[in-house]
Design a protein around this ligand. Structure first.
Ligand code: SAH
Length: 218
């Protein structure tokens, strides 16, 4: 059962969480406001509404997790979203990150490889308020050629290598944010496509994501 009410107690917990994330080093006020706007407890079973406002990842079924709020804020900040940016997200999962991107006024195209998670989001009523969110069942390694090019690409699972097709679907001046490495620990990367067709690569902190896997799962 999902929560469907956002009461003052939830807003209070959310405010505390956002302050914690600010203390951990997130400085983009638009990102912090976006986190404030999304009731994270809607994305978990109602039994876990307290935990929804702790800075932790949480199981959402099918061996997958909703990312730490800090991680969501971190990736969102690196993307430097501008209003109307077209963003490709790989790994819809709970759709929490996708709604944070919508709150930043992005047009979000989010892909999930697990049919059960994709179907659950189709039934998730709260998401209907986000008219700029489109969800797809597919393999993120392929991206969405029909809707390319994108201003930004965000990978929310651990990428074993940089997916070439996603770089190809990026606009010049656009960037891709991804946790890169096959092992338990990944380093956050930002890869920017330059006008001469080359790429600039920046490296940031270490994180631990669930793996980005090839192909779809029924
Ligand atoms: N952004 C999510 C994080 C979910 S965890 C959130 O806010 O909750 C990562 C998700 O990536 C999982 O749901 C997993 O099934 C999905 N995933 C892994 N490999 C993928 C791929 N190749 N294409 C699409 N989704 C993928």
């Amino acid at each position: 059962m999902r929560n469907i009410e956002d009461r003052p107690v939830h807003k209070g917990l959310r405010n505390k969480l956002v302050n914690l994330i600010r203390e951990k080093g997130i400085t983009d006020e638009n990102v912090l406001q976006a986190l404030m706007n999304v009731p994270r407890h809607y994305f978990l079973d109602s039994a876990f509404e307290q935990q929804a406002y702790e800075d932790r990842a949480f199981p959402i079924g099918e061996d997958q997790t909703i990312s730490h709020p800090y991680t969501v804020a971190y990736q969102s900040q690196l993307l430097q979203i501008k209003p109307f940016d077209k963003v490709l997200e790989v790994g819809t999962g709970s759709a929490y990150q996708a709604t944070v991107l919508c709150e930043l006024q992005a047009k979000v195209f989010s892909i999930e490889r697990q049919k059960k998670l994709f179907d659950a989001n189709k039934e998730f009523h709260f998401l209907k308020k986000y008219h700029t969110l489109r969800m797809f069942y597919g393999d993120g390694f392929e991206g969405l050629p029909t809707f390319a090019p994108f201003d930004k690409v965000l990978i929310t699972a651990a990428a074993p290598f940089v997916p070439e097709k996603l770089l190809a679907q990026l606009k010049v001046g656009g960037c891709m944010v991804l946790p890169l490495n096959e092992g338990e620990i990944q380093r956050m990367h930002r890869i920017t496509k330059l006008a001469d067709g080359s790429f600039e690569e920046e490296k940031f902190d270490e994180f631990s994501f669930v793996p980005m896997l090839l192909g779809k799962r029924r």
